[in-house]
Design a protein around this ligand. Structure first.
Ligand code: HEC
Length: 141
């Protein structure tokens, strides 16, 4: 019998380490930020702090099309939403009701881009994103 290089425990740790390293660069999976940091980021880019009331109006209004943000995320977005066309469940957008909301900057950027294009036929401005974040962060249980 040749001596074993690794015992099963060591082998498991080794595999877990490499799996972790392999997944680390996937930005979509990474929790690398917080909702408060997102608010700071957009407020800094806009040059003014986000305003919750303006965010509420923005979030609940249709902008010339059929949908508002609330069509899929709910009004207020404190419970699970439902996709307006597919009916698929969407986790609550308000961070106090969903600890994972706004914790991945790549995910936040991707969905802001996609959803703003769906609702406004353009990207949202930094000021609009700051307002939406201020509104969402003000929602408490
Ligand atoms: C047609 C349905 C739909 C509409 C309308 C919509 N969204 Fe979304 N939104 C989604 C879905 C689906 C997700 C992904 C949910 C998930 O995977 O957790 C999402 C995710 C997001 C996220 C990412 C949240 C996070 O935790 O990273 C943001 C930000 C967002 N939406 C903002 C908006 C804003 C702002 C509007 C209005 C301009 C809007 N959405 C309108 C369906 C929609």
């Amino acid at each position: 019998m040749p001596p074993k290089l690794f015992n099963p425990m060591q082998r498991r740790a080794f595999v877990a380490l490499w799996a972790g390293l392999a997944l680390a660069p996937l930005p979509a999976l990474a929790a690398d930020t917080s909702a408060a940091q997102q608010l700071e980021r957009w407020s800094a880019q806009a040059g003014a702090p986000g305003q919750a009331e303006r965010g509420r109006i923005f979030f609940t209004s249709a902008h010339g099309g059929e949908w508002s943000c609330a069509s899929c995320h709910g009004n207020p977005p404190t419970a699970s939403g439902k996709h307006a066309s597919t009916g698929k469940a969407i986790d609550p957008l308000a961070p106090a009701f969903n600890p994972r909301a706004f914790t991945g900057s790549a995910k936040v950027d991707k969905w802001f881009r996609r959803n703003c294009n769906d609702v406004l036929q353009r990207e949202c401005s930094a000021a609009e994103k700051a307002d939406v974040l201020a509104y969402l962060l003000a929602l408490k249980p």
